[in-house]
Design a protein around this ligand. Structure first.
Ligand code: NAD
Length: 303
């Protein structure tokens, strides 16, 4: 069985000093890639900074015979992060936007600082590193980008309005970038991992955490980052060895003869808001126009 290799590839992994990012970095180091280990080295709430987290991972990669350099900038300054790859290795092929922090607090008690810092690290950080890598990827007609979203953003979690908004924003970025990158062989996907790390160790039981090894997230990231991948614009939920893909579902809906009233909507609520058998899975924002343009037929067929 042939091994998925990354020889000659340059990979930048943000937040690679701990948790998931560290596992990605060690993996790519072992599979032949040249690795930029970015980590600000602060606390899980986003305070402080230190070079030691990134340095330790670089040392580990080198000790195993791999090639790696450290970068200690915050992902908010993506140009500096990507510059490290360009200066050390001359290019950037794979970008794994992974750095993250938490500032959980109910919306009522949330301070602007909690909102802003989560936005800056997650959404702005993902934007900033991608923005800096994008011209190089376009020019070389090759790129693989993995953005780290979260089930919190997909489903919503009490006490995480800041994080949920940023994480769903990241997937919106993925969806649009996937379209913009397609012609230049830049593939962009999102993952929603679940793994034991300092972000989850206080909110999950020891038994659960034991099954959620961060290394179980690595295989999907490797497949999506590989030359052979064709996948783009997708979002996956994964952890504990389980991997699954998500997509949007649209109900049949109801086409009202215009003009129509709020009472008409109320009286057809089951058709407007319920999900029967007749569902579809739209993939573009323009598909709804097919329905708009086929109003007469739709109205004839609908119950
Ligand atoms: P972690 O705390 O172990 O690792 C995150 C790393 O990011 C840390 O080393 C931290 O120093 C670094 N970092 C934080 N802010 C940074 C910044 N501004 N610039 C550069 N580096 C910075 O956490 P983890 O669980 O490995 O999380 C990795 C990613 O996965 C995060 O984006 C997180 O939101 C996401 N995620 C994790 C889980 C989970 O179950 N662990 C679930 C959903 C999403």
């Amino acid at each position: 069985m042939s091994q998925l290799r990354f020889d000659g590839k340059v990979v930048v992994i943000t937040g690679a000093g701990n948790g998931l990012g560290k596992e990605y970095a060690l993996f790519f180091g072992k599979r032949g890639a040249k690795v930029v280990v970015n980590d600000l080295g602060g606390s899980m709430k986003g305070t402080g900074a230190s070079s030691s987290a990134a340095d330790k991972v670089v040392d580990e990669i080198k000790a195993a015979g791999g090639v790696a350099v450290a970068n200690y900038d915050s992902v908010e300054f993506g140009e500096k992060v990507i510059d490290t790859a360009i200066k050390a290795f001359g290019k950037i092929d794979i970008l794994i936007n992974n750095a993250g922090i938490l500032r959980d607090v109910s919306f009522e008690k949330m301070k602007d600082e909690d909102w802003d810092l989560i936005y800056r690290v997650h959404l702005k950080g993902t934007y900033s590193c991608t923005k800096a890598a994008w011209p190089y990827m376009r020019e070389q007609k090759y790129g693989r980008i993995i953005n780290t979203s979260s089930a919190s953003g997909v489903y919503g979690v009490f006490g995480q309005t800041n994080y949920c908004a940023a994480k769903m924003g990241i997937h919106g970025l993925t969806l649009a970038l996937a379209r913009e990158g397609l012609k230049r062989n830049i593939l962009v996907n999102s993952i929603c991992p679940v793994a034991a790390s300092r972000l989850t160790e206080t909110v999950m039981s020891k038994e659960l955490l034991a099954n959620l090894k961060p290394e179980f997230v690595v295989p999907l990231v490797a497949v999506l980052s590989h030359d052979d991948s064709k996948e783009t614009g997708a979002i996956y939920e994964l952890g504990a060895g389980y991997i699954s893909k998500l997509r949007w579902q649209r109900n049949q809906g109801y086409f009202f003869d215009t003009p129509f009233t709020p009472e008409d909507v109320r009286d057809k609520w089951e058709q407007v808001a319920g999900f029967g058998d007749n569902v579809c899975y739209p993939q573009t924002s323009s598909e709804i126009f097919e329905i708009f343009f086929n109003k007469e037929d739709f109205i004839k067929q609908q119950k």
